[in-house]
Design a protein around this ligand. Structure first.
Ligand code: PHE
Length: 358
């Protein structure tokens, strides 16, 4: 019996000191495996006399059960601590900032769209949209461009090939003004909308690109006059630049779809390859505007003796250039990620006039 007692002590020690699951399994095989120490003892029961077996049988079986239970307990404990170790090793701190190299950013033009629509939303304007591919009616005819009038060429329009049956040419809209037409045709006054979108003209230099962005504004109601237009645009510029120090001027102009018409410029300085506002002797034209021409209202079924309106079309990329100091418009659409990393904005900050725009 003493060798049973010492075997039990030895196995108990081995189980307790098994440092991991493979070590514990080695102990199990050594004791309870096919040729393990306890298994061999069980096999020897067959060659014992009935008397010997009476005492040895329960003793060896008891030992087997106790050692088996010890191994099972130790196994459960080792598995639990292995899981804990794995959880600790794979721990992830979700509050860590994202890897900087993979950070995306918002293009200044899109940032300015968001800033402008936030300001206009506060003034009570809704957002309207129209297609980039337009027809002659919405881009020109309904906007009081006479047929064959040189003003149609003035816009350096991108035309599609004429339709084989009708001969009609679709075009890439040269301004967002066709959204005025679509809006007046589909809504009843009072109307107060802004329409952000892409526009296209055959043009490319420091302040022109073949694709650019405008935001159109349209207000139609009774008793609307030029004073409303001027207040809206001057207030907009003050809020957009978040300072009163930006000087603007209105110049008389001509558009077929407004009467009277004007253009608005912002004072700036372009010396030394930099663009600065609030100083300098240069002016950058940023928008065209005016009172909606009675012919436009008539073309859309609104009586000009009852309703008037004002409209404006604002160059969004140019506003972005002025506010964020981008000297060349063409860089904005060069798809250079280094440029975007420098001029881009965090996607997590939505512009809000109350808390600051940018
Ligand atoms: N559509 C004009 C342009 O692109 C701008 C404009 C819009 C002028 C609305 C007057 C009124 O040049």
């Amino acid at each position: 019996m003493t060798d049973l007692t010492s075997l039990e002590a030895e196995l108990t020690g081995a189980v307790a000191s098994a440092a991991d699951l493979p070590a514990l399994d080695a102990v199990r095989v050594g004791a309870l495996g096919k040729t393990g120490s306890i298994s061999n003892m069980l096999k020897s029961l067959g060659s014992m006399s009935p008397d010997e077996r009476k005492t040895a049988g329960p003793a060896i079986n008891g030992l087997r059960d106790r050692v088996g239970a010890l191994i099972a307990d130790r196994k459960a404990a080792l598995e639990a601590s292995a899981l804990e170790g794995q959880l600790a090793a794979e721990r992830l701190d979700l509050t860590l900032p994202a890897a900087p190299r993979r950070k995306g950013s918002v293009h200044p033009t899109m940032q300015v769209f968001d800033e402008l629509t936030a300001i206009f939303a506060e003034m009570g304007f809704a957002v309207a949209e129209g297609p980039d591919i337009e027809d002659d009616f919405h881009n020109f005819t309904a906007l009081n461009f006479p047929p064959k009038h040189p003003a149609r060429e003035m816009h350096d329009t991108f035309f599609f090939n004429p339709d084989a049956e009708t001969g009609e040419r679709m075009l890439l809209r040269t301004h967002t003004s066709p959204v005025q037409v679509r809006t007046i045709l589909s809504q009843k006054p009072p109307i107060r909308i802004v329409a952000p979108g892409r526009t296209y003209r055959k043009d490319s230099d420091q302040t022109h690109t073949p694709m650019f962005h405008q935001i159109e504004g349209l207000v139609i109601d009774r008793d609307i006059h030029m004073g409303h237009l001027k207040w809206t645009l001057e207030t907009l510029i003050g809020r957009f630049f978040e300072t009163d120090a930006v000087t603007s001027r209105f110049r008389p102009h001509h558009f077929p779809f407004t009467e009277p018409s004007a253009e608005m410029d912002i004072q700036c300085d372009r010396s030394g390859g930099e663009l600065k506002i609030g100083q300098g002797s240069d002016w950058l034209e940023i928008l065209g505007c005016g009172m909606v021409h009675p012919n436009v209202l008539r073309a859309c079924g609104v009586d000009p003796d009852e309703y008037q309106g004002f409209a404006f079309g604002l160059g969004v990329d140019r506003l972005a250039m002025l506010k964020y100091g981008v000297p060349d418009l063409r860089d904005m659409f060069a798809s250079d990620t280094r440029w975007l990393a420098h001029y881009g904005f965090s996607p997590f900050v939505a512009p809000n006039p109350a808390s600051g725009l940018s």
